[in-house]
Design a protein around this ligand. Structure first.
Ligand code: NAP
Length: 327
Protein backbone atom coordinates (compact mmCIF):
# COMPACT_ATOMS: atom_id res chain seq x y z
CA UNK A 1 0.00 0.00 0.00
CA UNK A 2 1.23 3.38 -0.85
CA UNK A 3 2.27 5.18 2.38
CA UNK A 4 0.41 8.34 3.26
CA UNK A 5 2.43 11.55 3.25
CA UNK A 6 2.08 14.70 5.28
CA UNK A 7 4.28 17.78 5.10
CA UNK A 8 5.70 19.91 7.86
CA UNK A 9 7.35 23.24 7.38
CA UNK A 10 10.62 23.49 9.20
CA UNK A 11 13.25 26.14 9.39
CA UNK A 12 15.29 25.58 6.25
CA UNK A 13 12.83 23.67 4.08
CA UNK A 14 10.11 21.05 3.67
CA UNK A 15 10.38 17.73 5.52
CA UNK A 16 8.24 14.84 4.42
CA UNK A 17 6.74 12.36 6.84
CA UNK A 18 5.50 8.89 5.93
CA UNK A 19 3.60 6.42 7.96
CA UNK A 20 6.24 3.64 7.86
CA UNK A 21 6.49 2.92 11.65
CA UNK A 22 10.32 2.81 11.85
CA UNK A 23 11.22 5.84 9.73
CA UNK A 24 8.21 7.71 11.09
CA UNK A 25 9.42 7.17 14.63
CA UNK A 26 12.89 8.53 13.85
CA UNK A 27 11.60 11.52 11.90
CA UNK A 28 8.89 12.31 14.46
CA UNK A 29 11.59 12.55 17.11
CA UNK A 30 13.70 14.82 14.89
CA UNK A 31 10.79 17.14 14.37
CA UNK A 32 9.48 17.02 17.87
CA UNK A 33 11.16 20.31 18.83
CA UNK A 34 9.92 22.30 15.84
CA UNK A 35 6.26 21.40 15.58
CA UNK A 36 4.61 24.51 14.20
CA UNK A 37 1.34 23.59 15.86
CA UNK A 38 2.90 24.12 19.27
CA UNK A 39 1.36 27.35 20.68
CA UNK A 40 4.61 28.29 22.47
CA UNK A 41 6.58 28.04 19.23
CA UNK A 42 3.92 30.03 17.41
CA UNK A 43 4.09 32.75 20.08
CA UNK A 44 7.90 32.80 19.88
CA UNK A 45 7.81 33.14 16.08
CA UNK A 46 5.19 35.89 16.32
CA UNK A 47 7.35 37.73 18.86
CA UNK A 48 10.39 37.36 16.61
CA UNK A 49 8.52 38.73 13.60
CA UNK A 50 7.06 41.63 15.61
CA UNK A 51 10.52 42.38 17.07
CA UNK A 52 12.10 42.32 13.61
CA UNK A 53 9.44 44.60 12.14
CA UNK A 54 9.76 47.00 15.10
CA UNK A 55 13.54 47.24 14.64
CA UNK A 56 13.12 47.92 10.90
CA UNK A 57 10.44 50.56 11.59
CA UNK A 58 12.64 52.24 14.21
CA UNK A 59 15.59 52.29 11.81
CA UNK A 60 13.38 53.78 9.07
CA UNK A 61 12.05 56.40 11.49
CA UNK A 62 15.60 57.24 12.61
CA UNK A 63 16.65 57.63 8.97
CA UNK A 64 13.55 59.75 8.31
CA UNK A 65 14.22 62.21 11.14
CA UNK A 66 18.01 62.37 10.73
CA UNK A 67 18.28 62.43 6.90
CA UNK A 68 17.55 65.84 5.46
CA UNK A 69 14.44 66.18 3.31
CA UNK A 70 13.47 68.91 0.92
CA UNK A 71 10.00 69.85 2.09
CA UNK A 72 9.52 72.54 -0.51
CA UNK A 73 6.57 71.93 -2.82
CA UNK A 74 7.83 74.55 -5.26
CA UNK A 75 6.89 73.85 -8.85
CA UNK A 76 9.51 74.18 -11.62
CA UNK A 77 7.27 74.84 -14.62
CA UNK A 78 9.05 77.10 -17.11
CA UNK A 79 12.48 76.24 -15.67
CA UNK A 80 15.14 74.28 -17.51
CA UNK A 81 17.44 71.98 -15.58
CA UNK A 82 20.45 69.92 -16.66
CA UNK A 83 21.31 66.88 -14.55
CA UNK A 84 24.57 65.12 -15.41
CA UNK A 85 24.82 61.40 -14.72
CA UNK A 86 21.05 60.96 -14.62
CA UNK A 87 21.06 57.31 -15.69
CA UNK A 88 21.14 55.95 -12.15
CA UNK A 89 21.57 56.57 -8.44
CA UNK A 90 21.18 60.06 -7.03
CA UNK A 91 21.13 61.76 -10.44
CA UNK A 92 18.22 59.72 -11.70
CA UNK A 93 16.13 60.39 -8.58
CA UNK A 94 17.03 64.09 -8.69
CA UNK A 95 15.97 64.37 -12.31
CA UNK A 96 12.76 62.48 -11.62
CA UNK A 97 11.85 64.80 -8.76
CA UNK A 98 12.48 67.89 -10.86
CA UNK A 99 10.50 66.43 -13.75
CA UNK A 100 7.59 65.77 -11.40
CA UNK A 101 7.73 69.47 -10.44
CA UNK A 102 7.20 70.36 -14.09
CA UNK A 103 10.73 71.40 -15.13
CA UNK A 104 12.16 70.82 -18.57
CA UNK A 105 14.79 68.27 -17.60
CA UNK A 106 17.83 67.61 -19.75
CA UNK A 107 19.39 64.26 -18.90
CA UNK A 108 23.07 64.55 -19.74
CA UNK A 109 24.18 60.93 -20.20
CA UNK A 110 27.14 59.08 -21.59
CA UNK A 111 26.13 56.04 -23.60
CA UNK A 112 27.10 52.63 -22.35
CA UNK A 113 27.98 49.56 -24.32
CA UNK A 114 26.38 46.34 -23.12
CA UNK A 115 28.22 43.54 -24.86
CA UNK A 116 27.63 43.83 -28.59
CA UNK A 117 24.37 45.65 -28.12
CA UNK A 118 24.81 49.37 -27.64
CA UNK A 119 22.13 50.50 -25.28
CA UNK A 120 21.14 54.09 -24.99
CA UNK A 121 20.41 54.15 -21.28
CA UNK A 122 19.21 57.72 -21.54
CA UNK A 123 16.34 56.87 -23.85
CA UNK A 124 15.18 53.97 -21.69
CA UNK A 125 15.09 56.27 -18.70
CA UNK A 126 13.32 58.99 -20.63
CA UNK A 127 10.39 56.64 -21.22
CA UNK A 128 10.36 55.67 -17.53
CA UNK A 129 10.31 59.35 -16.49
CA UNK A 130 7.52 60.31 -18.86
CA UNK A 131 5.40 57.43 -17.53
CA UNK A 132 6.06 58.19 -13.86
CA UNK A 133 5.95 61.98 -13.88
CA UNK A 134 3.43 62.69 -16.66
CA UNK A 135 5.98 65.26 -17.86
CA UNK A 136 6.77 65.02 -21.57
CA UNK A 137 9.39 67.74 -21.37
CA UNK A 138 12.35 65.41 -20.89
CA UNK A 139 15.33 65.60 -23.21
CA UNK A 140 18.24 63.18 -23.48
CA UNK A 141 21.59 64.53 -24.61
CA UNK A 142 24.93 62.83 -24.87
CA UNK A 143 27.66 63.98 -22.50
CA UNK A 144 30.83 62.18 -21.50
CA UNK A 145 32.43 64.31 -18.81
CA UNK A 146 35.76 62.57 -19.22
CA UNK A 147 36.06 63.89 -22.78
CA UNK A 148 36.61 67.59 -23.48
CA UNK A 149 35.42 67.06 -27.06
CA UNK A 150 32.13 65.61 -25.80
CA UNK A 151 31.73 68.45 -23.27
CA UNK A 152 32.29 71.09 -25.96
CA UNK A 153 29.81 69.40 -28.31
CA UNK A 154 27.21 69.15 -25.54
CA UNK A 155 27.65 72.80 -24.49
CA UNK A 156 27.49 74.00 -28.11
CA UNK A 157 24.25 72.09 -28.59
CA UNK A 158 22.74 73.49 -25.37
CA UNK A 159 23.78 77.07 -26.20
CA UNK A 160 22.25 76.75 -29.66
CA UNK A 161 19.01 75.03 -28.72
CA UNK A 162 18.06 76.18 -25.23
CA UNK A 163 16.78 79.69 -24.61
CA UNK A 164 17.42 79.45 -20.88
CA UNK A 165 19.14 77.35 -18.23
CA UNK A 166 17.93 77.76 -14.67
CA UNK A 167 19.77 74.96 -12.89
CA UNK A 168 22.92 73.04 -13.77
CA UNK A 169 23.42 70.03 -11.51
CA UNK A 170 26.91 68.52 -11.60
CA UNK A 171 25.96 65.09 -10.31
CA UNK A 172 27.88 62.58 -12.46
CA UNK A 173 30.73 60.96 -10.63
CA UNK A 174 33.05 58.02 -10.79
CA UNK A 175 35.57 56.32 -8.53
CA UNK A 176 38.01 54.44 -10.75
CA UNK A 177 39.96 51.72 -8.99
CA UNK A 178 42.51 51.38 -11.78
CA UNK A 179 44.71 54.13 -13.04
CA UNK A 180 43.38 55.42 -16.37
CA UNK A 181 44.24 58.46 -18.45
CA UNK A 182 41.72 60.17 -20.73
CA UNK A 183 42.25 61.25 -24.35
CA UNK A 184 43.00 64.72 -22.95
CA UNK A 185 45.81 63.40 -20.75
CA UNK A 186 43.84 63.70 -17.51
CA UNK A 187 43.42 61.12 -14.78
CA UNK A 188 39.93 59.63 -15.33
CA UNK A 189 38.33 60.19 -11.89
CA UNK A 190 39.58 63.78 -11.71
CA UNK A 191 38.54 64.38 -15.33
CA UNK A 192 34.98 63.17 -14.72
CA UNK A 193 34.43 64.58 -11.24
CA UNK A 194 36.23 67.91 -11.46
CA UNK A 195 37.81 68.96 -14.78
CA UNK A 196 34.68 68.04 -16.78
CA UNK A 197 32.26 70.03 -14.59
CA UNK A 198 34.82 72.87 -14.46
CA UNK A 199 34.92 73.12 -18.29
CA UNK A 200 31.16 72.65 -18.66
CA UNK A 201 30.45 75.44 -16.17
CA UNK A 202 32.63 77.82 -18.19
CA UNK A 203 30.93 76.89 -21.46
CA UNK A 204 27.40 77.35 -20.05
CA UNK A 205 27.98 80.35 -17.79
CA UNK A 206 26.65 82.97 -20.23
CA UNK A 207 23.37 81.09 -20.64
CA UNK A 208 23.13 80.66 -16.87
CA UNK A 209 23.77 84.37 -16.34
CA UNK A 210 21.13 85.32 -18.91
CA UNK A 211 18.66 83.10 -17.01
CA UNK A 212 19.39 84.66 -13.61
CA UNK A 213 18.53 83.98 -10.89
CA UNK A 214 19.97 80.61 -11.88
CA UNK A 215 21.76 78.00 -9.81
CA UNK A 216 24.76 75.69 -10.16
CA UNK A 217 24.73 72.64 -7.92
CA UNK A 218 27.88 70.58 -7.36
CA UNK A 219 27.40 67.19 -5.70
CA UNK A 220 30.40 66.70 -3.41
CA UNK A 221 30.78 64.15 -0.60
CA UNK A 222 31.55 64.13 3.11
CA UNK A 223 34.33 61.69 2.16
CA UNK A 224 36.43 64.73 1.22
CA UNK A 225 37.51 64.68 4.87
CA UNK A 226 39.65 61.62 4.16
CA UNK A 227 41.75 63.46 1.59
CA UNK A 228 43.99 66.43 1.11
CA UNK A 229 44.56 68.39 -2.08
CA UNK A 230 48.10 68.49 -3.43
CA UNK A 231 48.32 71.44 -5.83
CA UNK A 232 51.34 69.85 -7.51
CA UNK A 233 49.28 66.75 -8.27
CA UNK A 234 45.93 68.04 -9.39
CA UNK A 235 46.18 65.63 -12.33
CA UNK A 236 47.48 62.46 -10.59
CA UNK A 237 47.98 60.28 -13.69
CA UNK A 238 50.71 58.26 -12.02
CA UNK A 239 48.97 57.67 -8.68
CA UNK A 240 49.76 54.46 -6.79
CA UNK A 241 46.31 54.53 -5.21
CA UNK A 242 43.67 55.41 -7.83
CA UNK A 243 40.77 54.71 -5.39
CA UNK A 244 41.94 57.56 -3.16
CA UNK A 245 41.57 60.07 -6.02
CA UNK A 246 37.77 59.97 -5.59
CA UNK A 247 38.14 61.58 -2.16
CA UNK A 248 40.50 64.18 -3.58
CA UNK A 249 38.08 64.95 -6.42
CA UNK A 250 35.26 65.52 -3.93
CA UNK A 251 37.54 67.88 -1.98
CA UNK A 252 38.30 69.74 -5.20
CA UNK A 253 34.52 69.97 -5.86
CA UNK A 254 34.27 72.00 -2.66
CA UNK A 255 37.17 74.33 -3.58
CA UNK A 256 35.67 74.75 -7.06
CA UNK A 257 32.27 75.73 -5.65
CA UNK A 258 33.75 78.20 -3.16
CA UNK A 259 35.88 79.90 -5.79
CA UNK A 260 33.04 79.89 -8.33
CA UNK A 261 30.74 81.66 -5.85
CA UNK A 262 33.45 84.21 -5.06
CA UNK A 263 34.11 84.93 -8.74
CA UNK A 264 30.43 85.21 -9.64
CA UNK A 265 29.80 87.61 -6.75
CA UNK A 266 32.78 89.69 -7.80
CA UNK A 267 31.56 89.74 -11.42
CA UNK A 268 28.07 90.61 -10.19
CA UNK A 269 29.34 93.90 -8.75
CA UNK A 270 31.21 94.92 -11.90
CA UNK A 271 28.27 96.65 -13.63
CA UNK A 272 27.55 98.69 -10.48
CA UNK A 273 31.22 99.70 -10.29
CA UNK A 274 31.19 100.55 -14.02
CA UNK A 275 28.08 102.71 -13.63
CA UNK A 276 29.64 104.45 -10.64
CA UNK A 277 33.11 105.25 -11.99
CA UNK A 278 33.48 104.75 -15.76
CA UNK A 279 34.54 107.85 -17.76
CA UNK A 280 32.79 106.40 -20.83
CA UNK A 281 29.35 107.13 -19.42
CA UNK A 282 30.10 110.58 -18.01
CA UNK A 283 26.88 112.59 -18.50
CA UNK A 284 24.82 109.54 -19.58
CA UNK A 285 21.66 109.30 -17.46
CA UNK A 286 18.52 107.16 -17.27
CA UNK A 287 20.08 104.27 -19.16
CA UNK A 288 20.01 100.59 -18.35
CA UNK A 289 23.34 98.74 -18.12
CA UNK A 290 24.01 95.05 -18.22
CA UNK A 291 27.45 93.38 -18.14
CA UNK A 292 29.11 96.85 -18.19
CA UNK A 293 27.32 97.79 -21.43
CA UNK A 294 24.19 99.73 -22.23
CA UNK A 295 21.30 97.27 -22.57
CA UNK A 296 17.89 97.55 -24.20
CA UNK A 297 14.71 97.78 -22.17
CA UNK A 298 11.38 96.21 -23.09
CA UNK A 299 8.71 98.54 -24.54
CA UNK A 300 6.68 98.27 -21.33
CA UNK A 301 9.67 99.34 -19.22
CA UNK A 302 10.00 102.48 -21.39
CA UNK A 303 6.44 103.64 -20.62
CA UNK A 304 7.19 107.11 -19.23
CA UNK A 305 3.57 107.75 -18.17
CA UNK A 306 3.72 104.68 -15.98
CA UNK A 307 7.10 105.72 -14.60
CA UNK A 308 5.59 109.09 -13.60
CA UNK A 309 2.65 107.35 -11.90
CA UNK A 310 4.98 105.01 -9.95
CA UNK A 311 6.83 108.12 -8.75
CA UNK A 312 3.65 109.86 -7.56
CA UNK A 313 2.30 106.79 -5.76
CA UNK A 314 5.68 106.34 -4.05
CA UNK A 315 5.64 109.96 -2.86
CA UNK A 316 2.38 109.28 -1.07
CA UNK A 317 3.46 105.92 0.39
CA UNK A 318 6.68 107.28 1.92
CA UNK A 319 4.72 110.28 3.37
CA UNK A 320 6.87 112.95 1.72
CA UNK A 321 6.27 116.20 3.67
CA UNK A 322 5.85 119.64 2.03
CA UNK A 323 9.11 120.83 3.64
CA UNK A 324 11.12 117.72 2.53
CA UNK A 325 13.52 118.32 -0.38
CA UNK A 326 11.75 117.98 -3.74
CA UNK A 327 13.14 116.26 -6.83
N1 NAP B 1 26.08 57.30 -3.36
C1 NAP B 1 26.54 57.94 -2.30
O1 NAP B 1 26.49 57.46 -1.17
C2 NAP B 1 27.12 59.32 -2.45
C3 NAP B 1 27.47 60.03 -1.31
C4 NAP B 1 27.97 61.31 -1.45
C5 NAP B 1 28.13 61.86 -2.69
N2 NAP B 1 27.83 61.13 -3.80
C6 NAP B 1 28.00 61.78 -5.11
O2 NAP B 1 26.76 61.75 -5.76
C7 NAP B 1 26.94 61.69 -7.16
C8 NAP B 1 26.13 60.53 -7.73
O3 NAP B 1 26.53 59.37 -7.06
P1 NAP B 1 25.74 57.99 -7.24
O4 NAP B 1 26.04 57.17 -6.06
O5 NAP B 1 24.34 58.24 -7.61
O6 NAP B 1 26.55 57.39 -8.46
P2 NAP B 1 26.17 56.26 -9.50
O7 NAP B 1 24.94 55.55 -9.11
O8 NAP B 1 27.43 55.49 -9.71
O9 NAP B 1 25.85 57.12 -10.80
C9 NAP B 1 26.87 57.86 -11.37
C10 NAP B 1 26.32 58.52 -12.61
O10 NAP B 1 27.39 59.25 -13.21
C11 NAP B 1 27.47 58.86 -14.56
N3 NAP B 1 28.82 59.00 -15.08
C12 NAP B 1 29.94 58.37 -14.68
N4 NAP B 1 30.97 58.74 -15.45
C13 NAP B 1 30.49 59.63 -16.35
C14 NAP B 1 31.05 60.35 -17.42
N5 NAP B 1 32.34 60.23 -17.75
N6 NAP B 1 30.27 61.17 -18.14
C15 NAP B 1 28.96 61.30 -17.85
N7 NAP B 1 28.35 60.63 -16.88
C16 NAP B 1 29.11 59.79 -16.13
C17 NAP B 1 27.00 57.44 -14.61
O11 NAP B 1 26.62 57.14 -15.93
P3 NAP B 1 26.65 55.64 -16.53
O12 NAP B 1 25.26 55.13 -16.34
O13 NAP B 1 26.99 55.83 -17.96
O14 NAP B 1 27.67 54.87 -15.76
C18 NAP B 1 25.83 57.52 -13.64
O15 NAP B 1 24.70 58.04 -14.28
C19 NAP B 1 28.45 61.54 -7.39
O16 NAP B 1 29.00 62.78 -7.70
C20 NAP B 1 28.96 61.07 -6.04
O17 NAP B 1 30.29 61.47 -5.83
C21 NAP B 1 27.31 59.89 -3.71
Amino acid sequence: MKPQHESYLSVGGMIEMNTNPVTSFIRMNLLAGIDLHCPLLQAAIALLVIGFLTVISLLKFYAYITCGRCNSDRKMKGKTVIVTGATGGIGKETAKDLAARGARVILACRNTDYGNQIKDYGNQIKDEFVKETQNENIVVKKLDLSSQKSIREFAKDINQTESRLDVLIHNAGTAELRSKTTEDGLELTMATNHFGPFLLTHLLIDLLKRSAPSRIVVVASALYRFASVNLNKLNPVDSFCPGYIYYVSKYVNIYFTEELARRLEEQGCQTSVYAAVSEEIEGVTGKYFIDCKEGTLSNAARDMAKAKKVWEVSEKLVNLQPDDPKI
